[in-house]
Design a protein around this ligand. Structure first.
Ligand SMILES: [Cu+2]
Length: 153
């Protein structure tokens, strides 16, 4: 029993030291992962209204190539979600499955495949605190499963 306690002590100490890093993590930096099962690992993201810029990092945790199971992250006004997805469907991978010049996409990453990571930094000056924002993947057919709520403020 004593040996057990001693063995755990260094681990507990390491945990205590790591905690302040978590507490002070930048609330304006977000991370989300996509999988080969066509899912994000989060259904909701939120940033405080004090963030002037937000950096969203998208990681593809799967193995499939982007041509088969590519994922992106697109921020829209909630009511625009389906229209942006439909408009992007025909735009092709070269356009990251977004209709060129589609202003309804408030921010977006490129499409990544398995093992790849990408990020986008965008200003929040056009967002309204408490507004109805959603995020989605515009790879054809993915938005049905790959969407979520983006809370600002
Ligand atoms: Cu996707």
């Amino acid at each position: 029993m004593t040996a057990f306690r001693n063995a755990r002590a260094p681990l507990m100490l390491a945990g205590a030291l790591a905690l302040p890093v978590l507490v002070h993590a930048d609330p304006c930096k977000l991370e989300i992962s996509g999988t080969d099962q066509m899912q994000y690992d989060k259904q909701e993201l939120s940033v405080p209204a004090t963030c002037k810029e937000v950096t969203l990092t998208l990681h593809h945790a799967g193995k499939l190539p982007r041509e088969a199971m590519g994922h992106n992250w697109v921020l829209v006004n909630g009511p625009d979600l389906t229209a942006v997805a439909n408009a992007g469907m025909g735009a092709g991978l070269a356009n990251d499955y977004l209709a060129p010049g589609d202003k309804r996409a408030l921010a977006h990453t490129k499409v990544v495949g398995g093992g790849e990571t990408t990020s986008v930094t965008f200003a929040t000056s056009t967002l309204q605190p408490g507004g109805d924002y959603k995020f989605l993947c515009t790879f054809p057919g993915h938005n049905v499963l790959m969407h979520g709520i983006f809370k600002f403020g």
